[in-house]
Design a protein around this ligand. Structure first.
Ligand code: ATP
Length: 430
């Protein structure tokens, strides 16, 4: 894990938050490569779960919403964590995240458990009183429920159908560590899938398959994931049945990657009661009015990223060359191709390489490097997870071809410049 954290900082994937001021626990910033990776994960998710399906509607709801929403959803009363404090070092832990009765940091004894609501509060307007309290959303789901009727009115969907959203969620997490696994602000990729009550088990099973397929397609090994059912005590206040897909993270083994919850008709029913607006669905064939039941696949973007890093990180030695390499699936790799002139002080090489760079840049997200020697440039691109490096050398000037080096096999091939874009396109997207 330390090696992943250090590579992430070195190569501009993830920086500790507010670092020059001593940091702020459980916050992180994404650097240039981190933003690309995050966007690629979200793009893949959105394409797979929204655009490629005909039963899905997208949404981008607000982070700040009327606080009555959090009362109706049960969060102000039911979204509760319990914490213990070490009497010796005064560190705080969530009780469900410590295995023993002693502090894992110093062995000290814990205080009695106290309850707290992990939602961040802020105020709307100039007066900071209870009438102006609003919460930063702890999940994206509620924006979906409160827009349910809007989507029905605009699009008249027929059950089963889903509403999907990607966006920030905020939780006042007190357990420290484990890098981006647990952040104060993180991105959720959530779906509320509306079904008839009698069909919930069927769709729950289908969603398990859909989730598994997407993670495996991203490059996560099947052997490193497993499903775990929540017991009664663990179930969230809104859920009747929840299963987590867990990933075997490099710290502490299998931990929650995503949750899949059967939320029943809890949310729509409560919002209907509390808002006074009828959120029932009308079956146009039978004219029956009822609250659909909900299956909720809830994905964390950062946990996806951490699982991807854990899968892709390799230290290896091939033909005497030692290297660290991120074997990222090209679909999520931040940089697809790096272009190098063999030498930085030869104008004719630079000119040719620039032409190739400008041509490829229209097709892919690529980078340029002319610092140091070729070996160092390969080393840097391997750590960044760049699938292909293209080198322009003296032979290029005579034969109009370049050396293309593939990241994982380190194999090099000569490819004609006029065939280069198609060659890379096939390899990257093929
Ligand atoms: P945990 O028990 O680990 O705190 P949770 O069960 O509270 O997680 P959910 O409420 O099911 O999490 O949230 C759905 C998903 O959002 C999680 O599966 C995870 O991928 C992501 N997630 C939740 N909390 C965080 C966080 N603090 N930082 C990063 N991702 C998170």
């Amino acid at each position: 894990m330390d090696k992943i954290v250090s590579l992430c900082k070195r190569r501009g994937f993830v920086y500790p938050g507010s670092d020059i001021y001593g940091g702020l626990a459980n916050t992180f910033d994404f650097g240039p490569l981190g933003v690309e990776l995050a966007n690629n994960i979200k793009k893949s998710w959105w394409k797979n779960f929204v655009q490629d399906r005909s039963d899905m509607y997208g949404l981008d709801g607000g982070i700040l919403m009327n606080p009555k929403i959090w009362e109706a959803s049960g969060h102000t009363q039911g979204f509760i964590d319990t914490l213990v404090e070490c009497k010796k070092c005064h560190k705080r832990f969530r009780t469900d995240q410590v295995d023993s009765k002693k502090c894992p940091e110093c062995g000290g004894e814990f205080t009695e458990a106290k309850k707290f609501v992990p939602m961040f509060k802020t105020f709307v307007g100039p007066v900071e009183d209870s009438a102006s309290v609003v919460y930063l959303r702890p999940e994206t789901a509620q924006a979906i429920f409160v827009n349910f009727k809007n989507i029905i009115d605009s699009f008249h969907p027929v059950l089963p159908f889903g509403i999907a959203q990607i966006g920030k969620a905020f939780r006042n997490e007190i357990t420290l560590g484990n890098f981006i696994f647990r952040k104060l602000e993180f991105e959720q990729m959530e779906i509320e899938y509306f079904v008839e009550e009698k069909n919930w088990e069927k769709y729950f099973k289908e969603w398990k398959k859909e989730i598994e397929k997407w993670v495996i397609d991203l490059g996560i090994g099947k052997k490193n994931i497993r499903w775990r059912e929540h017991n009664k005590e663990e179930l969230a206040h809104y859920s009747k049945h929840t299963e987590d897909i867990e990933y075997d993270f490099p710290f502490g083994g299998f931990k929650e990657l995503y949750g899949l919850a059967y939320r029943t008709d809890y949310d729509l029913k409560n919002h209907s009661e509390k808002s006074g607006k009828d959120l029932r669905y009308i079956d146009l064939k039978t004219n029956e009015k009822f609250f659909p039941h909900v299956i909720e696949p809830s994905f964390g973007m950062e946990r996806t990223m951490l699982a991807i890093f854990s899968e892709a990180y390799y230290e290896e030695e091939i033909k005497g060359v030692k290297r660290v390499v991120l074997k990222l699936n090209p679909a999520v790799a931040p940089i697809k191709v790096a272009v190098f002139p063999l030498l930085a002080n030869k104008p004719n090489l630079i000119k040719k390489a620039k032409e190739i760079y400008d041509g490829l840049k229209k097709e892919f997200f690529i980078t340029w490097d002319d610092r140091g020697n070729i070996g160092k440039r390969y080393y840097a691109q391997d750590e960044a997870g760049t699938p292909f490096c293209v080198t322009v050398d003296f032979e290029t000037l005579e034969k109009d071809d370049v050396t293309v080096r593939e990241r994982d096999s380190m194999k090099q091939e000569r490819i004609k410049i006029k065939e280069l874009a198609v060659y890379l396109e096939e390899k990257l997207n093929g």
